[in-house]
Design a protein around this ligand. Sequence first.
Ligand SMILES: Cc1ncc(COP(=O)(O)O)c(C=O)c1O
Length: 356
Amino acid sequence: MNSSATQKLAIQKIETSKIGQVDFSNLTFGSTFSDHMFECDYKDGAWQNPTIRPYGPLTISPAAKVFHYGQAVFEGMKAYKDDNGKVWLFRPEENFKRINKSSTRMAIPEFPKDIFFEALTTLVKMDREWVKPGLGNSLYIRPFVMATQVGVSASPSTEYKFMILMSPAQAYYTGDVKVVIAEHYSRSANGGVGAAKAAGNYGAQFFPTNLAREKGFQQVIWTDASKHEYLEEAGTMNVFFRVNDTLLTAPISDRILDGVTRKSVIALAKRDNVAVEERPVLVSEIVEAAKNGSLKEIFGAGTAAVISPVSAFSYKETVYDLEKQEDGYAARFKKELMDIQYNRGEDPFGWRYEVL
Ligand SMILES: Cc1ncc(COP(=O)(O)O)c(C=O)c1O
C-alpha cells in the first residue's frame, strides 16, 4: 500500500504574495491561508505528481467518495519562529506517524515519509514570512487526505488526494473554558475510529457540543460510550485532572486520540517528578474530588491552544467551579512546552525540528 511517489516535487510559485493584504493582528483561527499549498495524488496504486502550487480552489467531482462516505483524515501541527528568526516544528514525526495510522484505519493508503517531509519543509521555507515571531504566534499546518475516486458505490476509493495547507495563527486564548461531562452522547466506541483523526469524528461532535454551548459551556468531556463512567477527552484536546499533586489522564486506547501535547506533558511531568497516572479516570472520583477540595485543576492539552485550563464542569445538572490557579500545573506545563517550541530553552528530549 505504501508506494512511493514516482516523481520529484514540482514547484509552481505564486506571482505576487497575498501577505500584504493580511492583518496579522486580527486573525480568526484557520480562516486565512498562506501563499502556497501542497498536493499529491494517489492513482494506479502509487502516490504521484507531488506539487507545491499557489493556494486556491480544487476542481473535484461531486461524486468523489469523500463527499458520500467521509473517507478523509487530517492532522494539525504548527511552525514557530524564534527571536532570531529561525523556524521550528514540534515533533513532526509524531504527526506523520499519526496521519498514516489514521489512514490505515480508514482504508486509505499510507503516505511516504520522504515526500511528506520534503513537501512540509519546502512549503514552510517558501512561506516563512507567514510565520510571525512572538510568543503565541504560529503557522498552523493542516495535512489531510481525501478519497477522490468518482463513484457512489460504498467501497474504498482507489484514488486519493493528499494536501497540506498552512494558516497563520495568533496566540489562542480560550478564555474561561467550562465543560460538560457527557452523559448521553458519545464520541467513539470500542473498535471504532476514535483514535484516528477521521473527519467524521469532528462533525459528529458538533451537535452535542452545540447543546452544551446553549447552556453556557464551551466543550464536552466525552465519556466511555457504554456506561459514561470514565472520562476520556474533549473536542480537540486530551484532558488532565490534578487531584492533590497527582496528574491523572485517560490511557490511550482505540477510543482516544494519541495527542502529541498529551505525551509531551506526561514526559515533562515525569522529568519534573510530578506524579502522573495514565489510567481510567472515573467520573465519580473527579466529582468526589471536586466536593472534598482535592481536585485542584482540570486542563485540556492540544496543539491549537497548547494547554487550556478548565474553570468549571457540569455533571448531572450540578456545576462544580474550580479555583483559578496562577501557578498551577496548567501554567507550568504551558510555559515549559512553549519554551521548547519557541526555542527559548533547552530541548532535553530533542523535540524541536529546525526548518530554517
Ligand atoms: C480528538 C483530539 N484529541 C486530542 C487532540 C490533541 O492532540 P495534539 O496534542 O496532537 O494536537 C486532538 C488534536 O489533534 C484531537 O483532535
